[in-house]
Design a protein around this ligand. Structure first.
Ligand SMILES: [Zn+2]
Length: 261
């Protein structure tokens, strides 16, 4: 869908969608100057807007208290790109914002940054974090979550392989960082009832998906909806998605998923 159509639909939708007590989880990937990454200047504008207009809190706090008033936002970064450490973290630190990064433990290097691979669904020409950077982030206001061992669609794996992805990644994060890993992120947001049950059984408290939407008191904490911040969004688009003007995207996503089944 083109940006122009998104904006027109947003303008139509906003008349009945606005809710001043929204709780939203934002999805980011790479931020910086990579060919698919969100430009760092745009990211800074977005964080400055949040500083003046919303409360940014940890994902666990947001999920545990969906009844709190006001616009409340949690920031999440998928895949574990190095730009989380080099570009994002300094910006968030200045503003005192916490965030969550979801890593594939199989892509985190000891000392050398591993290169991304578009064939595995990564962003092009990026590098991944290394363990000592993750340890540093974890000591600050970052939550380190699991994105599995590998960047694979869990709905396509056997139960045994799903469990291995869930348990091995969690165990490695906990051993390496000396901290409990309680939050999971599905690759491409793909999940089904079996996978959600296995994530729950593996001991995770939350799991994030990629269906557009805000948190409600009825939200399944094993399939949390999130808002994807695309690199072509201008600041007004960003504000519109946060305020709910573009929530029609959820309807379109669900229809598309039904169409694919
Ligand atoms: Zn991913």
């Amino acid at each position: 869908m083109t940006l122009r159509i998104k904006r027109i639909l947003g303008w139509l939708w906003r008349s009945f969608s606005r809710n001043v007590n929204r709780k939203v989880i934002l999805i980011y990937h790479a931020v910086g100057s990579g060919p698919a990454s969100l430009h760092s200047e745009n990211f800074k504008y977005q964080m400055d807007w949040l500083a003046g207009n919303a409360t940014v809190e940890t994902l666990e706090n947001l999920v545990s208290r969906p009844d709190l008033p006001g616009l409340r936002v949690a920031l999440t970064f998928d895949d574990g790109y190095h730009s989380v450490y080099s570009v994002v973290s300094p910006v968030l630190e200045k503003l005192g914002f916490p965030a969550t990064v979801y890593v594939n433990t199989g892509m985190i290097g000891e000392d050398a940054h591993r290169a991304s691979n578009v064939d595995l669904g990564h962003y092009p020409q990026e590098e991944f974090l290394v363990w000592k950077e993750l340890a540093e982030l974890g000591k600050g206001s970052w939550t380190i979550g699991s994105h599995g061992v590998d960047h694979v669609d869990l709905t396509k794996l056997t139960e045994e392989d799903v469990t291995r992805q869930l348990q091995d990644s969690r165990a490695e994060i906990e051993t390496r960082l000396g901290k409990e890993c309680r939050n999971f992120c599905y690759t491409w947001g793909n999940n089904n009832r079996k996978v959600r049950d296995l994530v729950n059984e593996a001991g995770y408290l939350t799991a994030v998906a990629a269906i557009h939407g805000s948190l409600r008191t009825t939200t399944d904490r094993m399939a949390l909806e999130r808002i994807d911040v695309r690199r072509d969004y201008c600041l007004n688009d960003f504000i519109a998605t946060i305020k709910g003007d573009w929530d029609y995207l959820a309807v379109i996503q669900r229809l598309r998923r039904i169409g694919q089944k």
